[in-house]
Design a protein. Structure first.
Lengths: 419, 419
């Protein structure tokens, strides 16, 4: 079964909204061994929708459409789908009752305009949406399956979960997709390829490989498609182990765990608590930890010490250190770690101070200069980064390198105990 | 000139990477009055690329391709493009010199494998990329313009900025696109439509409208396309004013300013400093403020008080308050504001405490229960939220509602001064 996505909405093409829905849908169907073959993003205009539907129907078996199901003038998906399917729009009392019950539960009067949202292509099966007024739609046309959902992420997710996934479960083939990923630090894409590809010359033809570089790290992925799950699993395990052995401790994760999970696991293993002192990253590293469920097991808190006053008063950085070396210096990040350990009463502390930009740089310390430190009151590891000019990228990059340094420090503590 | 995007990469279709490149490209061409007509996302497989290139060339005048230009085995864009264009791949010494100079500057030896990255379709013009080894490509085929760029965001941005935008500047038509957006809180999409659309029945046919709802707010956008810039600008101003007058203080921004900018501007106007005490949002609100350049003008710092110990020790929340009412309560967030004002030495403080989920809920306080407070030592506004079960969405939603409450508190301070 070949599956595709059509996302409809000018806001996506204008770049006002980043399309995270498609990735979410892909993630949701992946555990069923299914993947998205192709994706279109089009304007909410009649002709654009019609021609794209024709393309998709010619190439695919099942199409997931999002967007344009709302009650307002720019919502033309249902009308256009009816035209494509060659059926009239009909008023759906089921849809209207759904809106009535939602509004009654919230004590909101139902407007007459809401009725316009209840016209659906004749022959459509409605799909429950407990999260909003726009129900999902299912239609079969020329033996192809069409699902239409609202573009609001949590409404789309609800309909995917409750209607689309059960349908796919019933209709999928015996073929499965599996992948394994390793995460690598300290090596570039080409270096990794030069070391791995000679070892991978004999992979089965069902296996493909991919490199996904991002700031500070590279993900390397092996993917397979086959009906034989056990064989796939064995093959993937075998070749992933080959890669892991070749790259040694450059591999920080051999699962889908991201860097923050790896650090979290190391902290939990050691029963260490963590605290952060963030200056230029402004809370972003803290957010990366706390966005993971269970952060409270090891994470106690963060001081975002944006002003020097807070560095001095709350984290006991010496004024003389700030005057002599500046807030962006090895001396300051070390003192921040020592202060953070005490103020936050934790076993391990990460500090970051830098010039995120776009302004604030000097000749000696240009925009993108960032110091990080990790450790406890007794010993710290430090690192200087020279990143680029882009503020957001500097914040993200600094937080990633801080996680890499934290992993390194935590591994060193284990080695110390062993020696 | 009709412009489209093809993004190539299994990682996008598998949902491992969210496609932010397309939005960035759209944002970059928008100031030239240009927009993306259609976007494809396809697998990095030979047949998929060939058939998509044919579709795009049939529908569009200029196509921006990203992905698959790297040195590794999964990078097949150049080979496939050469086949589509009907030309051979040739070795480019220009490209090789580019790699040599990049590697020499970093003192890295050049691998033989790197040479494979230097084969390009014959007749291609190379586009400078100071950010990485993969240069951009320009090719003209059947009078259509093709640009290929690496998928790494900052490399793509560099090539867009330095090669694609100058090309578009020369080749664009006289037609321009303009839009105006208002941001609305406290009203749903249907309510807004019911109030605005009767007032917008006579808009010019060149004008389109769109509603973009997200947690806690709705963006309403008017867009126009015409050769007459002055007329467009006047029309947009007129109708945006009509909408603003109708919705009053439900409109918090009538520019592209987001909610955090609006709050930042209010703080700067009043010469107020800001501090945050974040529990369940874990630093995300702090990140939203500090991701904007110039945050240090008003923002002093944040205490992410994830553990009760930090709430008590650093922010002077009474243990009895935590015992009697719990960490997620109106009493606690009020005390957090009062403590934050003192500890961070600021004029205005926002506090957030809630149950982000997925676990930690009780019958009285289910997952999604969040309390926020904004104010100073003398007076605070508080609000209770009942959001959903999704951790990330709860964190984002809580930070948005905290910004809305902060705007309200800041506006109240102005009214007090007037009365």
């Amino acid at each position: 079964m070949k599956i595709g996505i059509i996302t409809i909405g000018d806001e996506l093409l204008l770049g006002q909204v980043i399309d995270s829905n498609s990735a979410k849908m892909a993630n949701m169907i992946y555990p069923l061994g299914l993947k998205i073959e192709k994706k279109w993003c089009i304007s909410d205009q009649h002709e654009a929708i019609l021609s794209c539907m024709a393309q998709a129907e010619a190439e695919l078996d099942l199409i997931l459409v999002t967007g344009g199901l709302g009650p307002t003038r720019d919502d033309i998906t249902k009308k256009t789908m009816a035209e494509f399917f060659g059926v009239p729009l009909v008023f759906s009392d089921e849809n209207y009752q759904h809106i009535l019950s939602l509004f009654n539960a919230r004590n909101i009067p139902v407007r007459e305009e809401q009725k316009s949202q209840c016209f659906i292509p004749e022959g459509t099966r409605l799909l429950e949406n407990k999260m909003g007024t726009a129900m999902g739609l299912y239609f079969q046309h020329h033996k192809k399956h069409w699902f239409a959902m609202p573009g609001v992420p949590y409404e789309m997710e609800y309909i995917m979960q409750n209607s689309v996934l059960p349908f796919l479960q019933q209709h999928r083939s015996h073929e499965r997709i599996m992948h394994k990923t390793i995460h690598i630090v300290g090596l570039g894409e080409t270096d990794i390829a030069a070391r791995l590809e000679p070892l991978l010359h004999d992979i089965p033809r069902e296996m493909t490989l991919a490199y996904l570089p991002s700031i500070g790290l590279v993900k390397f992925r092996l993917t397979m498609k086959s009906e034989n799950e056990q064989w796939m699993s064995e093959q993937l395990d075998h070749y992933i182990n080959v890669c892991k052995n070749e790259l040694g401790d450059k591999v920080f994760s051999a699962s889908d765990d991201n860097l923050e999970s790896v650090v979290a696991n190391l902290l939990n293993e050691k029963n260490f608590t963590l605290g952060l002192c963030e200056s230029c990253t402004g809370g972003f590293l803290s957010y990366r930890f706390t966005t993971m469920p269970g952060a409270s097991d090891y994470f106690k808190g963060t001081i975002v010490c944006y002003s020097n006053e807070i560095k001095i008063n709350l984290l006991k950085v010496q004024e003389s250190t700030l005057n002599q070396f500046g807030a962006v210096s090895e001396e300051t990040v070390k003192e921040l770690v020592i202060g953070g350990i005490k103020t936050l009463n934790v076993d391990c502390c990460i500090s970051i101070s830098g010039i995120a930009g776009p302004s604030g740089g000097t000749i000696e310390k240009p925009v993108g200069t960032i110091w990080i430190a990790v450790g406890n009151a007794e010993n710290q590891l430090t690192k200087k980064l020279l990143l680029g000019k882009d503020r957001k990228r500097n914040i993200e990059g600094a937080s990633t390198y801080a996680l890499i340094l934290c992993r390194e420090w935590l591994l060193k503590q284990t080695q110390k105990l062993i020696n």
